[in-house]
Design a protein around this ligand. Structure first.
Ligand code: HEM
Ligand SMILES: *[C@@H]1O[C@H](CO)[C@@H](O)[C@H](O)[C@H]1NC(C)=O
Length: 682
């Protein structure tokens, strides 16, 4: 057998090529043609959408950055880069009271919009942004409506489980019930009993801060330490050990990364919904869901890893709550055994009346929540109970940290204000150095103004508190600032922007000036004067003692206690205008949210903030050693002043009543009169 020669092989190859080339050519040209047409088609579609959004969309006439009108990518880029505060401070200055920040989203900074969107019965409910903050995945289902006009439709429906997720809850009746249930526990009258716990945390924190001897520290970390320790003490009689360690174990940094991700995902609700996918054969749904989420997260660079050895306090909190709740319910049930044999269905026979004193004997918020469950087991279910216990931390730790940081950063960069606060606090301090809440609320108007003012300039939320224009309005939309805003549009105010509106706060709205909150007739008076009588601190703290749960009461009057005062007979027009200005300032804010969705933890938050700030200022002269400029701070939906460095310098110049304030050295840590479990020691 002879091998084919090289020439034979080549000729066959060439002839083969000759016959197939036309075919190959045709295939490639066909492919090329299809790709080109697909590409062209896509470009045409994109162009059409762009033209529609820019020129034909109902919001086309609203001013705003051109790129923003094209797609949410513009907004998301800014969110990703932590530019929300910059947008809040610049957009309205450039474009006016209404700005189109997305194809279908508007921001406002005006009184008119605030009143329309955030009044209690407005019907403007939370937008799809809040899908990104859900604590429990909804289940999804498809609904096919073949006869829908004008086209048959395929709808992806979400079913949200009833687990008490206040921030993201979309079912309003359910939400209202939940708020009504927890309302009484979160009123000031119920919370004040936890003051000693907060005082004890502050004793320990101050002792530790002293040991630093003026060393430079990260302000946000320390405020987070204090926030988590206060919550731990109030809710669980527990300490995460952060004060002891002089560190929060990186938990504030980690949590903030989570907000970066949520802020981006919130702007793409359909991607967020896809990430909820589950079910299907071989768990394909969940795989797709997770895959989509991961891909999107990576695309935007908002994926974050958990550092090695990272210990989130949530794990410890969860275990604590679990143990306490199970114990309490077991005890409670064992009581019931004597009466009725408990079955799965009849776990909580009523009435609970007599058994209410059985518990772990701890006097903390969890104990109150457990009792609430025992008294209304069908409404305030065990699921609600466990979730609400966690929510105190989830909704409270960063918001408190943010607010405390803002206050201390402002005081630390405004020496005159700090000096005046220190003087005011010093003149009202009781022995031992603790600051009773009532003292702050009633006798420290300037201190309160300093706090309010910091929260105005640096609110905890720096993105729009977005709501949806309701579907059921007459005429299917609203008219705002001469623009027709159709139903379904996402609208809202960025607190940063609203809080700097010069029409509300005056021409110096950008300036940190606590005196703006004080009636002019008093702002000049010396703070060392005797405690001001009720009424002389008009505006400031006038709602301090209010026991009304704001969301249940019909729209609270800004100075609700004015009714208890005799009407001031001879106010001249100037004073009248002044009072009106103060009332408006006090009313028009989103510091604790707005409308039916205001912060349910506001009184708890104020209890803590109004005790912490005066106490710290009384003990230390706080000096900011490094204040990054705004460009170097990232702020997302959650907003914090990051990177601020401070020294806590001991204050000798303030005469303290009682004189024991200086006697707390680090040796006293843990020996406070209030019983707390320190993490790792129990
Ligand atoms: C200084 C501290 C705090 C500030 C400035 C603050 C502020 C706010 C704001 C602005 C909202 C509205 C968010 C929105 O509309 O999207 C809110 C909601 C909420 N806050 Fe607070 N908060 C603070 C502390 C707390 C604490 C300690 C708790 C603990 C119970 C808490 C629980 C909640 C909950 C559950 C919501 C969701 C309510 C809803 O969406 O309807 N907050 N808070
Ligand atoms: C914000 O406004 C509400 C009423 O709308 C008022 O009760 C509250 O005191 C104000 N908060 C601040 C911090 O100004």
């Amino acid at each position: 057998m002879s091998l084919p020669t090289l020439q034979d092989v080549l000729t066959t190859l060439v002839s083969l090529l000759k016959t197939t080339t036309p075919l190959l050519k045709r295939i490639t040209s066909l492919l090329l043609k299809t790709t080109t047409s697909v590409l062209l088609f896509t470009i045409v579609i994109i162009l059409a959408i762009a033209v529609y959004r820019l020129y034909l969309h109902p919001l086309a006439g609203v001013p705003g950055p051109c790129l923003a009108a094209l797609s949410n990518i513009w907004h998301a880029c800014h969110a990703r880069n932590g530019r929300m505060y910059q947008l809040g401070t610049t957009l309205h200055k450039r474009y006016g009271p209404v700005v189109r920040v997305g194809p279908n989203e508007l921001w406002f900074d005006s009184k008119e919009a605030f009143k329309t969107i955030y009044s209690a019965g407005s019907g403007f409910e939370k937008s799809d942004f809040y899908l990104s903050t859900l604590l429990t995945k909804p289940t999804l289902s498809l609904k096919f409506s073949p006869f829908k006009f004008p086209f048959p439709s395929l709808q992806l429906r979400q079913h949200h489980p009833d687990t008490l997720d206040l921030l993201s809850e979309r079912h309003l009746p359910r939400y209202r019930l939940q708020r009504r249930l927890i309302g009484p526990l979160y009123q000031l009258s119920s919370l004040k009993k936890f003051e000693p716990q907060i005082d004890a945390v502050l004793d320990r924190a101050i002792a530790q801060l002293r040991t630093l001897q003026g060393q430079e520290v990260d302000l946000k970390e320390w405020m987070h330490i204090i926030a988590v320790e206060c919550l731990g003490a109030v809710v669980l009689s527990w300490s995460p050990g952060y004060i002891r360690d002089k560190s929060d174990g990186g938990t504030s940094v980690q949590g903030y990364r989570g907000w970066k991700r949520k802020s981006v995902f919130g702007l793409f609700p359909s991607i967020t919904v896809l990430s909820f996918l589950e079910g299907g054969p071989f768990g394909i749904g969940a795989k797709i869901g997770k895959g989509v989420a991961r891909w999107w997260s990576n695309t935007w660079g908002v994926t974050f890893a958990t550092p090695k050895g990272f210990k989130p306090f949530f794990t410890a909190v969860y275990q604590k709550v679990s143990r306490r709740v199970s114990m309490a319910l077991l005890l409670w049930m064992s009581e019931d055994v004597k009466v009725v044999k408990p079955s799965k269905k009849n776990k909580h026979p009523k009435p609970a009346g007599k058994k209410q004193d059985k518990g772990t004997g701890k006097k903390d918020l969890l104990e109150d929540l457990i009792r609430l469950h025992q008294s209304k087991p069908e409404q305030f279910t065990e699921t609600y109970l466990r979730r609400m216990a966690m929510t105190n931390f989830g909704a409270g730790h960063e918001t408190l940290c943010s607010a405390l940081t803002a206050c201390m950063a402002m005081l630390g960069t405004h020496a005159a204000v700090q000096a005046r606060v220190a003087e005011e606090v010093g003149s009202h301090l009781r022995g031992g150095g603790t600051v009773p809440f009532d003292t702050t609320a009633k006798q420290l108007p300037y201190t309160l103004a300093a706090i309010k003012e910091a929260q105005r300039l640096h609110p905890v939320i720096a993105m729009s508190l977005s709501r949806t224009v309701p579907r059921d309005l007459d005429g299917a939309g609203v008219m705002l600032h001469g623009h027709w805003v159709p139903e379904g549009t996402t609208v809202g105010c960025n607190p940063v922007a609203l809080h700097r509106n010069t029409e509300i706060f005056g021409d110096d709205a950008d300036v940190y000036n606590p005196s703006r909150w004080l009636s002019r007739h008093h702002s000049g008076s010396s703070s060392s004067s005797p405690p001001s009588k009720a009424g002389s601190n008009a505006g400031v703290g006038s709602d301090a003692g209010s026991e009304i749960d704001s969301e249940l009461a019909p729209e609270p009057e800004p100075d609700s206690d004015s009714s208890s005062k005799p009407p001031q007979p001879n106010l001249n027009p100037e004073e009248e205008a002044e009072r009106k200005r103060l009332r408006e300032m006090l009313h028009l804010n989103l510091t604790y949210g707005g409308g039916a969705r205001t912060c349910p933890g506001r009184h708890l938050a104020e209890l803590i903030v109004w005790k912490v700030i005066p106490r710290l200022v009384a003990e230390f002269r706080v000096q900011v050693t490094h204040m990054p400029d705004d460009e170097n701070m990232e702020r997302y939906f959650m907003s914090m002043l990051t990177g601020v460095k401070v020294r806590f310098l001991e204050r000798e110049d303030i005469a303290r009543g009682g004189g024991t304030g200086g006697g707390l050295l680090s040796g006293d840590i843990g020996k406070s009169s209030v019983d707390v479990d320190v993490d790792g020691l129990d």
